[in-house]
Design a protein around this ligand. Sequence first.
Ligand code: AP5
Length: 218
Amino acid sequence: MRNLILFGAPGAGKGTQGKSLSERYKIPQISTGDILRSSVKNKTALGLKAKEYMDRGALVPDEIVLGMVVERLKSDDCEKGFILDGFPRNIKQADALETLLGAMGKGIDSVIGIDVERKELVRRLSGRRVCRKCGANYHIIFSPPLNMGVCDKCGAEIYQRDDDREDTIEARLKVYEQETFPLVDYYGKKKLYRPVNGIGSVDTITESVVRAIEAGKS
Ligand code: AP5
């Protein structure tokens, strides 16, 4: 069983690495950001409430996010493990996760922290584009689609996330520094935190992440 948390600032590459790890280990990637964006797209009551927070780069209230995660972790496909991407994001969420997993007889095996400097985070976020249909991730400089504006994989339109605009990026990075970064110490004290260098090619970083996960198992 591999119960993993992918940790890092906005734009560090959690979503990108989570996809590779999910394929490699055959366990689901659970991205709270993706679940929230899907609720926003479907205009559910939860989505409409969440959008107010997401558009200004703030954290969505804990009770909304925790409810979603509790339901998701109870699914059958999490039996052999899971990769949490973008959760937990503050101490309250981390405590709630520990309680929930404890009640299920489980725990976290490793928290992989992807380290990327601030300047590079801003470059990655401001250049990111995403497919509206299949969610494929592009970057206008590092990994552009063959035809600008069109997804290579499914042909649908690619767009810029509302929260990837310059002022919202700054707000998200500030929220990360104030509310999320303290989890490095939180998981460090539990001997679960394993940092990896997040600069380099996607494949090189995946190899470092896998090494860190395997080191955590011994
Ligand atoms: P969320 O969707 O989780 O956003 P985030 O944490 O800000 O992370 P990102 O998706 O922006 O970045 P990433 O680390 O996944 O990087 P990616 O792989 O895409 O959350 C959005 C919002 O939802 C939050 O602001 C909040 O409002 C709400 N929310 C979510 N979870 C919550 C929670 N638990 N509690 C409360 N609120 C919550 O890569 C970024 C770009 O870089 C891409 O273009 C990619 O192609 C490129 N890239 C990736 N790797 C490399 C590389 N090695 N070299 C060059 N480019 C690269």
